[in-house]
Structures are given as structure tokens and as C-alpha cells.
Design a protein around this ligand. Structure first.
Ligand code: FE2
Length: 231
């Protein structure tokens, strides 16, 4: 991976605080979250309004996406559960001045289309992000969501949380890209059909890996969500 530096590598160290991701505080997991997950999966697979991301277009997101993955009736109880768990009054979408967060999009990504890309979500636009795994039978383990911490130049491990005042890692580090091996996997949540994983958007995270080739039915399918919290 190309490293574009605006300051020396040594300055990259120690800029992120570390907090071990803790279930119930920093991330939340709910199995069997949708009453009809197969119906949601099949309905979304049958769509024809996909937008392509990487590697076909110059986008930071991989695979294909389409909006309105869940209906309002399907989404409302999910949001209620998250509010209870995270202790927030409500969840809302921030209208972005530019770009978009693809809230409530279905995303299908094959193993040839991307790899893990640890990042934080834009903190200007969201406090929480979530995925619901929609592939009924993932073909292998380690294809869920992982949290990462920085690998320090001396071999030690550094932080994992975007510091207050920064909206993304580019701001935190002052570089647009870090080396591919800059991150070490810390905590992993496995890909289980109809599992919801919600996490604080300021924790460094990524899809652990993608799977499948050819037909979209073979590939890793998820619904994606991004919210601002109303406290
Ligand atoms: Fe993300």
C-alpha cells in the first residue's frame, strides 16, 4: 500500500488513546435481530438498483450497494433496541454537506473486491455504526467485524480510538494512508446470519474479511447503518 506522508512515521505513534473494546459499553451484539431475515436477504438480492464501489469505481467502499435495505417497520425496533442499550434518547441521520454515509444500505462484497481496511467512520456524521449480517451461511470463520489497535514502530501496540477533536484518522495522524500492516486485530465479532453488531464509530474497525466469488448470492452481504445520537 502506498504511504503518503505529511509528517514522519515516528510522529504517527501514540496519537490514539487505547480502550479495550467492551461489549455493552463500546459495542453491542444482538442475535436473531430481524423477524424475517431470509425475506430481507432475498428481497435485497433481487434488486437491480445497485451502485458499484471499489474495485470498479474510485470509491473508498467496496462491492455494490443499494439504499433502503430495511423498511421503516423493520428498522424501528432495531433502533429502539440500540437506544436502550447505548442509553441514548434517539438516533438520527446527519445531513452531510458532501458525500454520504450510506445509512440503511445493503452491501455485497466478494473476496476479490476488498480486504480489511481499518478505519473510523466520519465522526462529523455519526456516533454509532452497525451491520446486520445477511448471508445465511458464511462459508468460513473470521469474516465478521473486527476492532484493531495501532502497531507501533518498535513492535508494541498503540491505541484504537479517534482522539477528541478529530473527525477521522487522517486528521488524527496527519497522513492520508498508513502502511497495510499498521494495525493489529484486537477483538473480533463473528459473522452469524441475522446478527446485529453496533459499535461506537470512533473505534478503529473493519470488516475482518470478505468472501465469495461470482454470483452475489455467494458473497458477504450486510446491511449498514450510521447514526448520530440524540442524548
Ligand atoms: Fe466503518
Amino acid at each position: 500500500m502506498v504511504m503518503e506522508l505529511r509528517q514522519p512515521v515516528s510522529a504517527v505513534r501514540d496519537v490514539l488513546p487505547y480502550r479495550k473494546p467492551k461489549r455493552g459499553r463500546d459495542f453491542w451484539v444482538k442475535d436473531d435481530v430481524l423477524p424475517d431475515p431470509l425475506g430481507v436477504y432475498e428481497r435485497n438480492l433481487a434488486r437491480e438498483d445497485w451502485t458499484q464501489g471499489a474495485p470498479w469505481r474510485r470509491e473508498i467502499w467496496p462491492g455494490i450497494r443499494a439504499p433502503h435495505a430495511l423498511t421503516p417497520e423493520e428498522l424501528a425496533p432495531v433502533e429502539r433496541w440500540i437506544c436502550e442499550q447505548a442509553g441514548v434518547r434517539a438516533l438520527k441521520q446527519e445531513a452531510p454537506a458532501q458525500g454520504s454515509l450510506s445509512h440503511n444500505h445493503v452491501q455485497v462484497v466478494g473476496e476479490m473486491e476488498s480486504t480489511a481496511k481499518p478505519h473510523v467512520d466520519s465522526l462529523a456524521l455519526c456516533d454509532f455504526a452497525a451491520v446486520i449480517y445477511l448471508h445465511p451461511k458464511p462459508p468460513r470463520a473470521h469474516v465478521g467485524t473486527s476492532f484493531y489497535r495501532l502497531r507501533l514502530p518498535g513492535g508494541g501496540l498503540g491505541g484504537n480510538v479517534c482522539p477528541p477533536g478529530c473527525v477521522n484518522l487522517t486528521q488524527a495522524f496527519g497522513v492520508t494512508k498508513l502502511p497495510a500492516n499498521a494495525w493489529s486485530q484486537d477483538v473480533e465479532v463473528e459473522n452469524v446470519f441475522n446478527r446485529l453488531v453496533v459499535y461506537r464509530a470512533d473505534f478503529v474497525h473493519s470488516a475482518t474479511a470478505y468472501f465469495g466469488q461470482g454470483d452475489r448470492r455467494n458473497k458477504r452481504a450486510t446491511a449498514l447503518f450510521f447514526w448520530k445520537a440524540v442524548r
